[in-house]
Design a protein around this ligand. Structure first.
Ligand code: NAP
Ligand code: MG
Length: 396
């Protein structure tokens, strides 16, 4: 390696897996170079969360990061870790710093069939991670009265629309987005489609939301026509826009192998649906891509707290390390690609292949054994499964 990966360590069971994956599957084979940031909750607390900001800045500088799952503090964690403050979600901080779009895709293995029978290839969900209902302003309307939407420009001119003349109690919500964020979202999706050579679908409810959703549609189309159409043609891939209702119906009938770009709320809900339908959260990868071309790879699941407390008691756990391994291979492959180190890319490909072959050969953790169609499986604990992958890899 010539450039280091930004390594963001994390919490609980995933922190344990992190160490095992490095020791067993990475360090013996590659000259691993990382710039290490400890995003474990204790260290975030010690540094007043500065370490999270520093790790995001380092990602902008180097371009590729790999992140372990981290605890987002809540009231219970405040006492458990004796925190100075209820620190923000690291993922939220990193996402805001990189203005990124989150792409989630399932890892496909023969013998772990999606619940939707015709899905043969992964469906990647691209979720716009800014605005709309996630940055809303709400009013509980107490009784009769007039609700208006008012915009006051810097020069004082106003645009005013009546929302509703209430004759009794009700509710109100104001939401927004910015052209800049939508543009970044669009570009990141187009780039990712080119990067992974997959078609891109985008869907909103523009027939009903004639200005708000329509603005998303128009910005995507404008950028596509001006900057991407020729590149898509050359790559033999397609971009199309359709209504969200139509997209939902088509996704169910399709074979997969495309990227589905969604507005923030649609992406939140649809990514949970698509990932559950593919079988298992521990078989889901996630990458945050910034419009400037920085990549942060991680597993889609959390820190698996329940397993960690078993581990602390000295018990064996059934934690599945596949998504964590794929976070590393994703980052290493991207680093190899950017630095022109084909050996690193081959290593990433091979380690992924070894992981998949191990499962397809009937060796897996408990969660997968419950949903697989493979007969006579050997159920392994967390550590044994990593060792089994190592054995497959060595044999390859
Ligand atoms: P979670 O860690 O994803 O675990 C929820 C349950 O899903 C687990 O108890 C386990 O079920 C199953 N599971 C998840 N990953 C698994 C794996 N790799 N192998 C086997 N089973 C797995 O979610 P959570 O319990 O809601 O959250 C725990 C902590 O993670 C929280 O502090 C939260 O803030 C944090 N979190 C972080 C991220 C992130 O950093 N990206 C994302 C989500 C949550 P069983 O117990 O039934 O075995
Ligand atoms: Mg959700």
């Amino acid at each position: 390696m010539t450039t280091p990966l930004v390594e963001m360590d994390g919490d609980e069971m995933t922190r344990i897996i992190w160490r095992m994956v490095k020791d067993e599957l990475l360090l013996p084979y590659i000259d691993l170079k990382t710039e290490y940031y400890d995003l474990g909750l204790e260290h975030r607390n010690e540094t007043d969360d500065q370490v999270t900001i520093d790790s995001a800045e380092a990602t902008k500088k180097y371009g590729v990061a790999v992140k372990c799952a981290t605890i987002t503090p809540n009231a219970a964690r405040m006492t458990e870790y004796n925190l100075k403050e209820m620190w923000k979600s690291p993922n939220g901080t990193i996402r805001a710093a990189l203005d990124g779009t989150v792409f989630r895709a399932p890892i496909i293995v023969k013998g772990i069939e999606p619940y939707v029978r015709n899905w043969e290839k992964p469906i990647t969900l691209a979720r716009h991670a800014y605005g709309d209902v996630y940055k809303n302003t709400e009013i509980k309307v107490p009784g009769a009265g007039k609700a208006e939407l008012v915009f006051t420009g810097e020069d004082g001119t106003q645009i005013r629309e009546t929302i509703h003349n209430f004759t009794g109690p009700g509710i109100l919500q104001g939401i927004h987005n910015t052209d800049e964020s939508i543009r970044n979202f669009a570009k990141t999706c187009f780039n990712y489609a080119l990067d992974t050579k997959q078609d891109l679908w985008f869907a909103t409810k523009d027939t009903i939301s004639k200005k708000y959703d329509h603005n998303f549609k128009d910005i995507f189309q404008e950028i596509y026509d001006a900057e991407y159409k020729e590149k898509f043609d050359a790559a033999g891939i397609e971009y199309f826009y359709t209504l969200i209702d139509d997209a939902v119906a088509r996704v169910m009938r399709d074979k997969g192998g495309f990227i589905w770009a969604c507005k923030n709320y649609d992406g939140d809900v649809m990514s949970d649906m698509v990932s559950s339908a593919f079988g298992d959260l521990a078989m889901m990868t996630s990458v945050l891509v910034s419009p400037s071309g920085a990549y942060e790879y991680e597993a889609a699941h959390g820190t698996v707290q329940r397993h960690y407390y078993q581990y602390l008691k000295g018990e064996k756990t059934t934690t599945n390390s596949v998504a964590t391994i794929f976070a590393w291979t994703g980052a290493l492959r991207k680093r190899g690609e950017l630095d022109g180190i084909s050996e690193l890319m081959q290593f990433a490909d091979k380690l992924e292949k070894a992981t998949i072959q191990t499962i397809e050969g009937g060796k897996m953790t408990k969660g997968l054994s419950l949903i697989t169609s493979i007969q006579n499986v050997t159920v392994l604990d967390c550590e044994e499964f990593i060792k089994a992958i190592k054995a497959t890899f060595d044999a390859m």
